[in-house]
Design a protein around this ligand. Structure first.
Ligand code: GLN
Length: 307
């Protein structure tokens, strides 16, 4: 009961900040979101669920897909292959910045949580065709989010493809350094598709619960993320998961987390639960403005910080 009250209060606390944010418009399909949507969900490692606010509202994963894709890549080809084409350092720059990519002679992206890094990581998702590679991602997403109904928003995918020239620039820069090989347009297509997968706040809370539960699916007991890869993924979420607000977020919330411009944030409370928040009104860094405040409130009230 007390926990339920804390979640309700966190939601109301976060709501006060919504008016200071804006929905993303650079991907036209995202501009259709209602800035007043706000939700918080939690799934504990022993499978208790909590859901408040617009918890049934679907949104696209956007950058949250970067976490799932990194896990799938690590589990498929191993860390040596993955980190031969992406680094482990935060940039301190916006998620779509090209500045640091240009400066490294090989044009290797700094980390898997920024756009360039995620485009590179996704090249490791196995499959003979684009369709197979996306299907592998989708099946894995359904499993790790505990929801067989998760699907693609074709409209958002097309919207991203049509307007994704900045990502195209990042990808061609990486091709010039040999980080990407083969069809750049196909790599971009896969990236746009994985960003355009629809989920709910509960789905991302479940993803958080798997990462909280030592990489083990809390329902089936299947080890979806090896202990070694779990350590890598959770570390990169702490250092790079909230873009150029990762330092602030680590200080104020102190949990491995990943945001997306669709308005979702997944947070991991190790050994306890996954938390999903959703609010499409974003702050200037591209993080859900109400969602960040909900997590700050929960972290403070429940003493959740890892540090
Ligand atoms: N699909 C988005 C993009 O490429 C993802 C960015 C994000 O969520 N920060 O710009």
């Amino acid at each position: 009961m007390e926990l339920e009250q804390t979640f309700t209060q966190a939601l109301e606390y976060g709501r006060q900040y919504i008016s200071g944010g804006q929905v993303a418009t650079y991907i036209p399909e995202l501009a259709k979101a209602d800035p007043n949507w706000l939700a918080v969900c939690a799934v504990t490692t022993d499978l208790q669920s909590y859901a408040y606010g617009n918890a049934g509202q679907k949104f696209t994963l956007q950058s949250i897909a970067k976490v799932i894709s990194l896990i799938l890549a690590l589990e498929s080809v191993g860390e040596d292959v993955v980190f031969s084409k992406v680094g482990m350092e935060p940039t301190g720059d916006p998620f779509n910045s090209i500045v640091k990519l240009e400066k490294v002679s090989t044009h290797t992206p700094y980390n898997p949580m920024i756009n360039a890094g995620a485009i590179s990581v996704a090249t490791n998702i196995p499959g003979a065709t684009l369709e197979q590679r996306f299907d592998n991602f989708l099946q894995f997403t359904r499993k790790i989010c505990g929801n067989e109904d998760i699907s693609l928003s074709f409209e958002t995918y097309l919207s991203e493809k049509r307007t994704g020239d900045r990502n195209r620039a990042l990808a061609y820069m990486m091709k010039s350094g040999g980080v990407l090989t083969g069809s750049v347009e196909e790599h971009l297509d896969l990236y746009f598709m994985i960003c355009s997968v629809l989920a709910t706040c509960r789905d991302i809370a479940f993803l958080g619960a798997v990462l909280a539960n030592n990489g083990i699916h809390p329902q089936t007991g299947e080890q979806l993320v090896s202990p070694r890869h779990l350590k890598i993924v959770r570390s990169l979420m702490v250092t790079c998961g909230m873009y150029d607000a990762s330092g602030y977020f680590a200080t104020m919330v102190g949990l491995p987390s990943k945001s997306g411009v669709g308005g979702g944030i997944v947070s991991v409370v190790p050994n306890v639960m996954g938390i999903g928040v959703f609010g499409p009104a974003l702050d200037e860094r591209g993080n859900s403005i109400g969602g960040v405040k909900i997590l700050e409130y929960l972290s403070e009230q429940l003493n959740l910080s890892m540090f």
